[in-house]
Design a protein around this ligand. Structure first.
Ligand code: ADP
Length: 790
């Protein structure tokens, strides 16, 4: 415990300190132990007995914290002396504090400068109001700081101006800045801001007119910022004696406002100038925004500004209930659209066709704010579309007429050709070993050439009319290519040319495709190569390419030759129908210019396209990449020859029965009838041929004779082949007789129709002896008759 007298002795500054501030006594405070000595007056001013003992720490600062060694107040602070720190009351004083040393140890001397409260409240009003003022002004300071609001004033009597700390911070000037009207105005750089503030300050000074402005200024450090500044006047005896105001940093808000304003402006100009009629409406169908096109398209007589805020139904009073329903569906969140809406606006002379879309727009806070309507007047393009459609129909009709004419002509030519080919065949066979055989051969050859041309025209017109169909079946690709080469081989050998084959063995053997049509393409390309090559080679190549997926293989098929080649400028046009490289080609090589056009059409059906690489004088290469489907394996489709019908048929190898086999030929054309009879007799020796000129006759003959097989023409007078078949099938004895259609096969779907009415097979005209033989063997055998063949 220190002794107070020895502590004070020889410490004049301590005495001075106590005398000056210790109106209500003083305390000695050990930074470790707390209060160690209260002076007599201090005890009394607290109304205590002199022998009261004090707890170690009993002084609280103004914030209610215990005064401890860490507390380093200024020389004065407000606080309380509490004998029980848990009790928040105690005696409030203003303290003066100073540290003095005794025997090397620091002690804090706390002078009780003024009592803030006492039993007689009136005793200390100033202290109390001073404290209140301090705390209020501190609060104000904090608020001003937070709100970035500074204050200023100018006393006109003294000419002295004041800026608060925040004002100085907003202007980014030092604490020593000397404010005045002039120096204040310097911060406004832009002409607009400077003019505004100068005018406002002038009116304030002269007429006391208040101002409240948002201005752009540049701080002392050169930063651009936005402030709101308010100025007011203070009067004394109706004279302005002082002006004062606040200044607030609103840069952040202003930046947001400006960004928002520019976004809104962009949005507005977008909507306004959108090359479409757009309108935005709120939940009550009042206009929020709209484009100029909206006004123009709907011939609205009001201006945009007049429309905004008005209801859509006020602008269009005649609007129908159907539209109102659409609007309310949009307002409840649905998106609706129509691509061609035809209506007649009131007062219009013709229909208007519009395309429209209505979709809801959402509020930031969620929920539908209204609808966006978009409409487009497509009357003109709709009318053009109708005209085009009509023109297309007319063109298609005349095109179809042309195709039909070509198809009919070809058919008409094919029928007599049938006779020529068949009989020249028979003639050549009859005239073997005579000089006439050669003539017969020439007739046959020419007829075949003619038939090829007619077939080409037929194919082409079918393709043009979209009537070409593919019959995709599992086929061996290599076999089909080899067959094509074999057919052309004789011509190649005659010309001294060699047809090479280059196969890629990674390509699967069996693939799905129409063998006849692919063969036709190959024959055409190889035929051309042979035609236009005198020396060198022809090469067919199969090359597997990277496949698009597991179910398909992509194969490049090419036919290359070392022939005359094709000039660059002609390479495109040769693919067109009826076009050759130049006119001399026809004279020199013949041909119709249809071959490549047909190849291209066929390949298109096979999802491929014909390509060409060629150099004049060096040769040409025609190639195409074709995607083949890999067939899914199905045991029932197995083509294992050991399972073939013929081999398992009982009695096939047995002694043939010598009884006569009856074949009924139904055919209206006498030449074809004769030809058919001739062929049949040459194939089957024990045959009795029955004849019928039309379907009606066929039924009668069938009922009388019960033939083993019927060869049925389709197009016949009186009753056609389909109807005759249906009638025969309706007879009890006609259920199982094999009926084979014999037809020119130019009409799409004909084959299917034959099967649908109950025929068993199909034979194409012109009938070739070999194919007829296959049919006879198959059906006469299958119907268990006994036939003898040559
Ligand atoms: P066509 O052979 O019946 O005249 P195509 O359509 O098959 O009709 O051929 C059109 C033309 O393309 C031919 O006339 C010929 O000028 C040219 N051409 C076709 N293939 C070859 C080829 N391999 N070499 C040179 N020219 C060819």
């Amino acid at each position: 415990m220190i002794h107070p007298i020895s502590f004070i002795k020889n410490k004049p500054e301590l005495c001075e300190f106590v005398l000056e501030h210790g109106l209500y006594g003083f305390l000695i405070w050990d930074t470790n132990l707390g209060m160690v000595y209260p002076s007599e007056i201090a005890i009394r001013s607290m109304g205590l007995s002199p022998h009261q003992s004090f707890p170690a720490a009993c002084i609280l600062n103004h914030s209610g914290y215990l005064l401890d060694s860490d507390y380093k107040p200024n020389d004065s602070f407000f606080g309380r002396i509490c004998f029980d720190p848990s009790e928040s009351a105690g005696f409030p004083f203003r303290f003066f504090s100073k540290v003095f040393k005794e025997a090397g140890k620091p002690y804090r001397i706390l002078a009780l400068d003024a009592a803030i409260e006492s039993k007689d409240r009136n005793q200390t009003p100033i202290i109390q109001s001073e404290m209140e003022f301090k705390s209020v002004s501190r609060l104000l300071d904090q608020m001003a700081n937070l709100a970035k609001i500074g204050g200023w004033d100018l006393d006109l009597r003294t000419g002295k101006a004041n800026w608060t700390n925040v004002t100085k911070r907003i202007h980014e000037v030092g604490d020593d800045f000397n404010p005045s009207i002039e120096s204040g105005l310097q911060f406004y750089h832009s002409e607009e801001s400077r003019n505004k503030i100068a005018k406002a300050v002038n009116s304030l000074l002269e007429q006391g007119i208040e101002y409240d402005l948002e201005l752009e200024m540049v701080t002392a450090k050169g930063n651009q910022t936005w402030v709101r500044t308010i100025g007011r006047a203070e009067y004394e005896n109706q004279k302005i004696v002082k002006i004062y105001g606040i200044i607030q940093d609103i840069n952040d808000r202003k930046k947001w406002e400006m960004a928002l304003a520019s976004q809104t402006a962009i949005l507005w100009s977008f909507v306004e100038h959108a090359p479409a009629a757009v309108a935005m409406l709120d939940q009550d169908m009042r206009y929020v925004a709209l484009s100029q096109r909206w006004i123009d398209d709907y011939k609205i007589t009001l201006s945009k500004e007049e429309i905004i805020g008005k209801s859509h139904y006020e602008i269009f009073p005649n609007i129908g209930d159907d539209w109102k329903t659409i609007h309310s569906r949009g307002l409840s969140g649905e998106v609706l659209r129509c691509d061609e809406d035809i209506w007649r606006p009131p007062g219009w002379e013709k229909d208007q066709v519009i395309q429209w879309e209505i979709r809801p727009w959402n509020l930031l806070s969620g929920g539908v704010g209204g609808i966006l309507m978009f409409t487009r007047d497509i009357t003109e393009s709709y009318e053009t579309k109708l005209e085009l459609k009509h023109a297309k129909e007319v063109a298609e009709k005349s095109y179809n007429a042309k195709s039909e004419f070509l198809a009919n002509m070809s058919h008409e030519i094919r029928t007599p050709l049938n006779g020529i080919i068949g009989y020249s065949d028979l003639l050549a066979e009859t005239l073997v070993d005579t000089a006439f055989n050669e003539y017969a051969q020439i007739v046959k050859q020419s007829a075949h050439t003619l038939l090829n041309i007619v077939n080409d025209i037929l194919d082409f017109s079918k393709a043009e009319a979209g009537k070409l169909q593919l019959a995709e079946e599992p086929n061996d690709l290599k076999v089909v290519i080899l067959e094509s080469i074999r057919i052309m081989d004789i011509q190649a050998i005659t010309k001294g040319l060699d047809i090479r084959l280059d196969l890629d063995h990674t390509i699967p053997l069996t693939l799905m495709f129409d063998a006849n049509r692919l063969r036709q393409v190959m024959l055409n390309l190889i035929g051309n190569a042979l035609k236009f090559t005198e020396v060198g080679f022809i090469e067919c190549k199969l090359e597997g390419l990277a496949s698009p997926n597991e179910k398909e293989v992509l194969v490049r098929i090419s036919v290359k030759d070392s022939g005359i080649g094709i000039a660059k400028e002609n390479q495109k046009k040769i693919f067109d129908s009826f076009t050759q490289e130049d006119f001399s080609t026809t004279r020199k090589f013949g041909g119709t210019g249809l071959g490549l056009a047909i190849c291209r059409q066929l390949l298109k059906l096979m999802k491929s396209d014909l390509k060409l690489e060629s150099e004049l004088g060096k040769g040409s290469e025609f190639y195409f990449d074709i995607p083949f489907r890999i067939p899914e394996f199905d045991a029932s489709l197995s083509s294992d020859p050991s399972l073939s019908v013929k081999e398992v048929q009982p009695g096939w190898n047995q002694e043939a029965d010598t009884s006569l086999v009856k074949v009924l030929v139904v055919e209206d054309n006498l030449v074809n009838m004769g030809l058919m009879k001739n062929f049949i007799k040459r194939i089957v020796t024990n045959v009795k041929i029955l004849e019928a000129e039309n379907g009606e006759e066929a039924i009668t003959v069938f009922q009388k004779e019960q033939p083993n097989l019927i060869l049925m023409d389709i197009q016949m007078p009186v009753k056609n082949g389909y109807d005759a078949t249906v009638a025969i099938r309706n007879l009890t004895e006609g259920k199982d007789v094999p009926i084979v259609a014999v037809t020119a096969g130019i009409i799409a779907g004909e084959k299917e129709k034959c099967f649908a009415v109950g025929m068993n097979d199909y034979l194409s005209k012109p009938v070739q002896k070999e194919s007829l033989k296959q049919i006879l063997l198959k059906w006469l055998d299958e119907s268990n008759s006994r036939i003898k063949t040559k």
